[in-house]
Design a protein around this ligand. Structure first.
Ligand SMILES: [Zn+2]
Length: 346
């Protein structure tokens, strides 16, 4: 596993709509390993092996992350924002943030006081950023309306093989699909495979729609993160027990053909990789939901990496889950043949 590539992905900023820095990291890295790397008009980066083979599998990990966007400047130089994606407002006060402007990054502190911290229902409209400006004019000169804001946090390696960072959702998915494509090529996969770092998953899924409409895969697999249930205040009864270090998590749900999951299970068994399961009652809230609705309909499934503290500045995962997921996907891609039938019967 190339941790350097992973850490480059985590350092890059990619609030939905501003994923280009992440896309560039993927593009430069995958040029060395894929047969072809393409960028489309919305910024999806797709790496492909065996491009001439008509039977194609598409893997998707989303390059975008949740965050904020600058909306307004106040007297005194404070900056107001609106949310991008499903943020926890309460995770912002007292935190350092980074605003990516056309002229480069500008750093700030999010206003905090006792009244803010006692307001359990605080809205994103209450978030104010102090960039060190004394006047509205000074702030306006440094930052523009629409500039994206992220937590100014770094990844850190924790005990064992655990790592904390912002934006593991879903930079880890991007990492996994690209590393799986590399490994499948090394292991001699003969089918066509496209791995896409999609844009916009946290807000509208448009990236996955553009990409899958273009790739026209026979099967699509979204690689995302899911809630680990082995940390405090979690409930395994909600959608299944998921442990850090317990292995890749396969989704079961009404839109997911059982035959696709059975193929993944067979590959996992052959590689002696333990799977965990989660259940979605309807949509999976991943790029899988979007990819399945392209062309004449695409059979899909979702494979997730267990993650603690999702959508926070300090998400935590285990690298063994990441490694196992890469191995599993590469094995699956090598086991597949274009004669496979994914119908439930007949
Ligand atoms: Zn995600």
């Amino acid at each position: 596993m190339n941790k350097e590539f992973l850490f480059e992905l985590l350092k890059a900023r990619g609030v939905s709509g501003d994923e280009t820095p992440v896309g560039k990291v993927v593009y430069e890295y995958m040029k060395q390993y894929a047969d072809q790397v393409d960028v489309d008009v919305v910024g999806n980066v797709t790496a492909t092996i065996n491009p001439g083979v008509p039977f194609k599998v598409m893997l998707a990990g989303h390059s975008d992350e949740i965050g904020l966007r600058v909306t307004h400047f106040e007297e005194g130089g404070f900056i107001r924002v609106s949310p991008v994606g499903g943020i926890y407002v309460i995770s912002y006060p007292g935190h350092k943030v980074r605003i990516d402007t056309a002229k480069g990054p500008v750093y700030g502190a999010v206003v905090i006081d006792r009244s803010i911290m006692s307001d359990a229902n605080m809205g994103a409209d209450k978030i104010q950023i102090d960039i060190g400006a004394s006047t509205e004019e000074e702030a306006r000169a440094a930052v523009s309306v629409g500039d994206p804001v992220t937590f100014d946090t770094d990844y850190r390696e924790l005990l064992g093989d655990r790592v904390t960072s912002r934006a593991f959702d879903d930079r880890i998915g991007v990492f996994v699909v690209m590393e799986a494509l590399k490994l499948a090529k090394e292991q001699g996969a003969v089918i066509g495979v496209s791995a896409t770092a999609t844009v916009g998953e946290e807000v509208n899924g448009c990236g996955a729609f553009f990409a899958a409409s273009n790739v026209k895969p026979a099967i699509a697999i979204a690689v995302d993160v899911t809630f680990a249930t082995d940390s405090p205040h979690t409930d395994p009864a909600r959608s299944g027990q998921v442990k850090l270090g317990g292995g890749p998590v396969l989704s079961k749900g009404p839109g997911i053909p059982k035959a696709v999951n059975e193929c993944i299970e067979a590959s996992a068994a052959a590689l002696d990789i333990k799977l965990q399961y989660e259940v979605s009652g309807g949509w999976t809230h991943t790029d899988g939901d979007t990819m399945t609705k392209t062309n004449a309909g695409v059979p899909f499934t979702v494979i997730s990496i267990p993650l603690r503290y999702m959508h926070s500045p300090a998400e935590v995962l285990s690298l063994s889950d990441v490694e196992k997921t890469i191995e599993l996907l590469a094995g699956f891609l090598c086991d597949l043949s274009s004669e496979m039938n994914f119908k439930p019967f007949g």
